[in-house]
Design a protein around this ligand. Structure first.
Ligand code: BGC
Length: 290
């Protein structure tokens, strides 16, 4: 079959291949943002995307400081301001200290993208408590700790007229696996299911303070976390059976969604999950069955 989407080849693109250049409107000027896990993958693209939209950005990382410095440096190359700050999001003292440093550096925060996440995959009967705790600790407890700090700052400060009509925007990085069960990844799917109701519950609680809370749920995105699913032509072809739109997602697809949810253009949106998945949640098997 010929490639139905020549812009995004149906075979793995060369290293670092991304979407044809996408643009960002300057909707986030004067709104410092903190992105967790921003030294690689989706977090990296989101930090850069928010900076392109005008935000000053805190680039959080836990390992590989050089990669975080590289992201911060890339932001300065197009005139943005960024600082790299370490913190393991599963550790309360580190999260609290990072948010304090962020506020110290940029004066305040208006946007927090709680993105840091990982996988520790295992057949269920062999899954260790350590694998379970590591994934829940980073993916769910980490989101609790970071969104709580964000909410404290936003609630204490309130709306700043002329900057944004909301008092703050929280974006939780979820996954299609908040909805799609995933054998061999019970810890990961449980963490993302938890993120969904954490997000909705705090959206309900914080709406009266004009703090908006939403989630982005990526499908298969070309990042290191799922490299085995796209790095060979065979794996990529298999992956495409799950993606009606017939291309892998690029990190910038997610960054664009985050920039919109962080901007006043989405001001009436709270408690929502925006699936950015090329149709992965559309039960692709039913296109030819059922
Ligand atoms: C996972 C990836 C996976 C994708 C689609 C993501 O949340 O981290 O490993 O490729 O979901 O299944």
């Amino acid at each position: 079959m010929s490639d139905p989407n020549p812009i995004h080849p149906a075979s793995p693109a060369p290293d670092g291949a991304a979407l044809p250049h996408t643009t960002y409107s300057k909707t986030l000027i004067g709104q410092p943002a903190l992105v967790t896990g921003a030294n690689s993958g989706i977090g990296r693209a989101t930090a850069i995307g928010l900076a392109r939209a005008g935000a000053d950005v805190v680039v959080n990382y836990v390992t590989d400081p050089q990669s975080a410095e590289d992201v911060a440096h890339e932001i300065t190359t197009f005139g943005g301001r960024a600082i790299a700050l370490p913190a393991d999001v599963s550790k309360e003292d580190e999260v609290v200290a990072m948010f304090a440093k962020a506020v110290d550096h940029f004066g305040t925060l208006h946007i927090v993208v709680s993105n840091a996440g990982l996988q520790r995959d295992s057949p269920f009967t062999q899954m260790t408590l350590e694998q379970w705790n590591t994934v829940i600790g980073v993916n769910l407890t980490g989101q609790f700790l970071c969104t709580r700090e964000a909410a404290r700052i936003f609630k204490a400060r309130g709306v700043v007229p002329g900057v944004s009509v909301a008092a703050g925007k929280i974006i939780c990085m979820s996954s299609v696996h908040q909805q799609i069960p995933w054998a061999g990844h019970a810890n990961y799917a449980a963490s993302k299911g938890g993120v969904m109701l954490l997000m909705k519950s705090i959206a309900q609680e914080l709406a009266p303070y004009h703090i908006r809370v939403n989630a982005v749920a990526p499908g298969a995105i070309r990042t290191p976390i799922n490299q085995s699913a796209w790095s060979t032509p065979e794996a990529y072809a298999d992956l495409m059976k799950l993606v009606p739109y017939k291309r892998i997602g690029e990190p910038d697809d997610i960054a664009q969604a985050c920039a919109w949810l962080a901007s006043d253009a989405s001001d009436y949106v709270t408690g929502a999950t925006l699936f950015v998945d090329g149709g992965m949640t559309l039960y692709p098997g039913f296109a030819t069955g059922g």
